[in-house]
Design a protein around this ligand. Structure first.
Ligand SMILES: Nc1ncnc2c1ncn2[C@@H]1O[C@H](COP(=O)(O)OP(=O)(O)OP(=O)(O)O)[C@@H](O)[C@H]1O
Ligand SMILES: [Mg+2]
Length: 469
């Protein structure tokens, strides 16, 4: 169930928005201003915030960033407030919702944050079998380990499991274990008391407490530091968490799902992942095959994304031309469903005429290592080094650091900014990649980011007429 927090009075149009959202199944919380919202977000969290333009949204966004509370904020107001809407978007608000609220728009926003409301789109028999198994397993309380390459839909499957479980009316909370440094991850998971460490300006519930009565997805579990693995194991065994700086443990009732694109069994054998934790999490496993192994899904997913992005952008829904579909079927999709989604987003915006033709399908070029993908090297010096397409001879005279930086940034660009995938291809940990990118950014290098990184994609961009983003 989506938890919506409304900042502002419910007497007028915002109240109308709240009623529409509640009718669509959202659980509504309300506070009078950004300061109260911050308190609420620290303790309970929320999936989406609607904030009246009358409030200081820039201040709220700043605080959220400082305390690393990730929650999309939607600014609402009357169309006449175009300048204020633009300011809110510039401050980091996700979208602008014009008042009086439109029921369809609110439905679209709720759907975007709760993932695919209708469940995973699928047509390939392999996926049908997997989902049937998932539905049967959903009703049990056992932990499930979801594996698959990045972008295959692990989080989508986790939400599907939650939606079909006995906890469906409880919260679904997801945490990406690779996105935060170890110390912050610890307080994200278990919460902390005020003053537990410098910067802990107020007490905060961890994800375990936020997910009480519901489901907690630990994404990229393979990236978790061994010390935290031990703490996690304790929480699972004792069914209680100790907040950092806290004095008494807090009981929690949470169903755990974990996801990874690594071979966790191999990580256990290599001594990087605790065996006892592995067996706790991996009571049952669900493996999502890469998109190239379930070609039957490509057409169904493409049609689904074509419709969704057309609707989100106020464009007519158009079918895919047969030549466009053929191009999609021939591509190996190293970035899986996420890459297909991005490709269709571009295609919907680029297509002209009554359908989406092959000219609108811009496929991500494959990494040069893939057979046949690299153009023949131009210089004779490069041609003398057949082992590496492009030629390492051309690199002689350059500093190692520089070459490494170019390789990392170029790979990240290939992966449309998807760090998980880039780290996988580069054969380094996400943590290492993150540290390097941090360094490069500090040096002033442009670092590519995934479109809508960390936030639900496909939310309609609604701006008042004449306002630019
Ligand atoms: N079967 C599906 N139906 C509809 N959308 C899907 C499906 N599978 C994946 N998607 C979409 O593709 C994108 C990637 O999915 P998701 O985030 O679940 O993948 P992931 O395996 O968790 O990726 P990562 O390893 O990078 O975290 C999301 O935008 C999701 O909505
Ligand atoms: Mg994921």
């Amino acid at each position: 169930m989506t938890r919506l927090l409304i900042i502002g009075g419910l007497a007028a149009e915002l109240g109308q928005a709240a009623r529409i959202a509640a009718a669509r199944g959202a659980r509504i919380g309300q506070v009078d201003g950004p300061a109260a919202a911050l308190v609420q977000l620290r303790s309970e969290g929320a999936d989406l915030v609607l904030c009246d333009l009358a409030h200081d949204i820039a201040w709220l966004m700043e605080r959220l960033a400082a305390e690393r509370i990730a929650c999309p904020v939607i600014a609402c107001g009357r169309n006449a407030d175009a300048a204020a809407a633009v300011r809110a978007i510039q401050a980091g608000a996700r979208e602008f919702l014009p008042l009086p609220p439109d029921a369809e728009l609110i439905a679209a926003m709720l759907q975007a944050v709760s993932g695919e409301a209708e469940g995973p789109v699928h047509r390939d028999p392999m996926m049908g079998t997997l989902l049937a198994r998932a539905e049967a397993l959903a009703r049990a309380e056992a932990s499930i380990l979801i594996t698959g390459e990045s972008g295959t839909g692990k989080e989508v499957l986790a939400r599907y499991l939650h939606a079909h479980s006995r906890r469906a009316r409880g919260p679904f909370v997801a945490l990406n274990c690779a996105a935060l440094p170890e110390t912050l991850l610890e307080s994200e998971l278990f919460g902390h008391e005020k003053g537990a460490f410098s910067g802990a300006v107020a007490a905060r519930k961890g994800k375990f407490e936020q997910a009480d009565g519901g489901t907690l997805l630990l994404d990229e579990i393979g990236e978790m530091d061994p010390r935290l693995q031990a703490k996690l194991l304790r929480v699972i065994q004792e069914r209680e968490v100790d907040r950092l700086g806290g004095t008494a443990p807090v009981k929690v009732d949470v169903r755990l799902l974990a996801a990874t694109n690594r071979d966790l069994g191999a990580e256990v054998r290599a001594g990087r992942f605790r065996e006892d934790l592995y067996f706790r999490l991996n009571v049952v496993a669900l493996h999502i095959p890469p998109l190239r192994e379930r070609p039957g899904d490509i057409g169904a997913l493409a049609a689904h994304f074509a419709r969704r992005f057309a609707e989100a952008n106020g464009l007519p829904v158009r079918p895919l031309a047969p030549a466009a579909e053929a191009a999609l079927l021939a591509h190996p999709w190293p970035g899986n469903v996420r890459e297909l989604e991005n490709t269709l987003h571009r295609a919907v915006l680029l297509a002209e005429g009554g359908w989406i033709g092959p000219e609108a399908i811009e496929l991500t070029p494959l990494p040069p290592a893939a057979p046949g993908a690299a153009p023949p090297p131009a210089s004779t010096a490069a041609a003398a080094a057949p082992a590496a397409p492009g030629g390492v001879a051309g690199l002689v005279g350059r500093r190692m650091e520089e070459v490494e930086r170019d390789l990392i940034l170029e790979t990240l660009t290939h992966c449309l900014g998807n760090r998980t995938r880039a780290a996988e291809i580069l054969g380094i940990s996400i943590r290492t990649l993150r540290n390097k990118l941090h360094e490069y950014r500090a040096q002033g290098a442009p670092v590519p980011v995934a479109p809508g990184a960390g936030l639900p994609p496909g939310l309609p961009l609604v701006l008042p007429a004449g306002a630019g983003r």
